[in-house]
Design a protein around this ligand. Structure first.
Ligand code: ARG
Length: 588
């Protein structure tokens, strides 16, 4: 369906032309004075100079030309030259009924679907998931769902950090503790055990122990680096340990992501890119893209228009090791080969922006990525505690994801118990569902780029701009609809009626923005726009609800119209929270 704003713009364009002005001036926006009008056009002011006329005269000409308007009920020229508009009630109702009949609620999906890869999650294997990874998972999942909703073919890739120094550390520590294991016996040539020599719990203890020991013990650190190098060069025993680490951690990661309702299509990682590196480096050297700089192999990425220095992208260190950038370039080779993507969106901490700038430029320059593949970095800010510093546990340690979720769910359980509408058996599951909305909405309602304060009390509140408030609104609608049905009335084939009053119309005007909002959110990769929208929509609904008797309405037709509007509002809200990655319970 055409967006309402485009439909109004179309009518205005015709009116501008028939009054003798250029249609370029017919730009319509939402009113910034909702007390006066619903939509406005400031084109008369913009055209005043070109036509050497007072803006109000142009506005009046256009208003006259709009007298037979299909969609507008009230159009006024207001000094100095505003054109203020209100939509016809019938037109709005008709638009909403079309939305209601459409499975996609009027959203125009891509005519030429793109193949989009979303690189998010980015957990580092064998290190516990911490809140830093929470943002990547939450935002990335939302972007992936949004791209799907827009009709694109989307692949979400977790792109695990599974090839780095942490592996060398774990191998070194394990060797210290259990030197008798066959992985460490250089002339072992039997089959390595199938069982991992550690559990996830042990693994989680091994890594931090090894990591802090390496910081104090130079000899140990060198050993870990050497183990990393050997692993990367194919040492059979270390490879076998690595496989165990992968197996045990990935199972745990899957569980964690699952609990966040985050699902990846691809479980690839840095290690999958390694096979592409030797040939890539060979070509880049041969074709003159890479050159030696102080013992390292680099690709220059500075461009003439840069106002500051952009350091080269390093692809091999002086000791021969490859780097983060090397892996990302090699991953691009693999992605081009396997998926031929039109767009790749990367999620990571915004402090990685230089890294991605270097990688993107190097990839383009060297032809690793063709012109048609759009590369985008969506950098996010830090999740802070109330003290304004990166979120920590009460003891000052790094907060583990699981614990953070558990804290929120605890808080939710208390609130739900106070409400007493949910049976005890159901309370646990409800607390989890609502808790998820608190975490995700708390994050997504901020612009991704900004830092934000993780505030448990505020995020779990049933009032204000929060996930639980949105869910509460949906639950309220569900409850009205089921009471309506319990009276033996059907929800089928109901039609929205032209608004009976201002509150109802205000709600309708919010509902019909749906396709516009979703489209804009995708274009700008801005999930916070969806949050802002559903907050406005929920507010408009609640104002309507408080001023209107719905179930007690005696006029059957009117009541049917209300119920149709409620169903549509619910569908729009549910579609939006589905993009954001959470769902609504039946009661709360
Ligand atoms: N593992 C990285 C980290 O923890 C994030 C990976 C982002 N994706 C990428 N292709 N570099 O910061």
């Amino acid at each position: 369906m055409k967006k309402i704003i485009d439909l109004i713009t179309g009518e205005l364009a015709e009116a501008f032309v028939s009054a003798g002005y250029d249609k370029e001036y017919a730009k319509v926006t939402l009113s910034n004075r909702p007390d006066l009008c619903e939509y406005q056009c400031n084109g008369a002011m913009a055209g005043a100079k070109a036509y050497r006329k007072a803006p109000i005269m142009i506005a009046e000409d256009v208003v006259k030309a709009l007298s037979g308007s299909q969609c507008l009920e009230e159009v006024n020229a207001v000094k100095p030259g505003f054109i203020n508009m209100k939509l016809k009630k019938e037109y709005v109702a008709d638009y909403l009924n079309q939305m209601g009949r459409d499975e996609k609620l009027g959203l125009e999906t891509a005519r030429l679907p793109k193949t989009v890869i979303v690189d998010y999650g980015g957990a580092n294997v064998a290190k516990p998931l911490h809140v830093g990874h929470l943002r990547s998972a939450i935002i990335g999942e939302g972007i992936k769902r949004l791209a799907k909703k827009m009709g694109h073919r989307v692949l979400g890739d977790v792109h695990l950090g599974d090839w780095g120094y942490q592996m060398g550390l774990i191998i070194t520590e394990l060797k210290e503790r259990k030197p008798e294991l066959p992985y460490f016996c250089e002339d072992f040539n039997g089959e390595y055990p199938k069982e991992a020599p550690f559990t996830i719990g042990e693994l989680e203890e091994i890594y931090p122990t090894a990591s802090s020991r390496a910081k104090e013990d130079e000899e140990y650190r060198r050993e870990a680096l050497e183990a990393t190098r050997l692993l990367q060069n194919g040492h059979a025993g270390y490879r076998a340990v690595w496989k165990h680490i992968m197996h045990v951690s990935v199972a745990d990661l899957e569980k964690n992501y699952e609990s966040l309702n985050v699902h990846f299509d691809l479980w690839k990682g840095e290690s999958d890119a390694q096979v592409y590196i030797p040939e890539m480096i060979e070509r880049l050297e041969r074709e003159g893209y890479a050159h030696m700089d102080d013992g390292a192999l680099v690709i220059d990425v500075q461009e003439e228009s840069d106002t500051k220095e952009i350091p080269p992208c390093m692809i091999r260190k002086s000791d021969g090791a490859s780097l983060y950038g090397t892996t990302d370039l090699a991953t691009l080779i693999q992605r081009e080969q396997d998926y031929d993507p039109d767009q790749i969106i990367y999620l990571a901490d915004k402090r990685q922006d230089l890294h991605f700038l270097q990688v993107f430029r190097a990839a383009r320059k060297t032809g690793i990525v063709p012109e048609k593949t759009d590369l985008q970095f969506l950098g996010f800010g830090t999740m802070n505690g109330k003290d304004g510093k990166p979120f920590k546990t009460r003891e000052g340690g790094v907060m583990r994801l699981e614990n953070l979720i558990a804290d929120i769910v605890d808080e939710m359980r208390k609130k739900i118990a106070e409400n007493r509408t949910v049976a005890a058996e159901e309370a646990e599951e409800t607390a989890r569902i609502v808790g998820m909305s608190a975490i995700k909405y708390g994050d997504l309602s901020n612009q991704a780029f900004k830092d934000y304060v993780f505030d448990v009390d505020r995020f779990t509140s049933f009032e204000g701009n929060t996930g639980p408030y949105i869910l509460y609104t949906i639950v309220r609608i569900k409850s009205i609809l089921s009471k309506y049905q319990a009276e033996g009335k059907s929800l089928e084939n109901l039609e929205v009626e032209p608004a009976h009053d201002g509150n109802e119309k205000a709600l309708m005007l919010e509902v019909l923005k749906y396709n516009d909002v979703i489209e804009a959110a995708f274009e700008e990769l801005a999930l916070h726009k969806i949050c802002a929208y559903i907050y406005d929509l929920a507010n408009a609904f609640n104002r309507f609800y408080h001023e209107t008797k719905i179930l007690a309405e005696e006029d059957v037709r009117k009541q049917k119209g209300y119920i149709a509007l409620l169903s549509l509002t619910k569908r729009v809200l549910e579609s939006c929270i589905d993009i954001l990655g959470f769902e609504a319970p039946e009661r709360m």
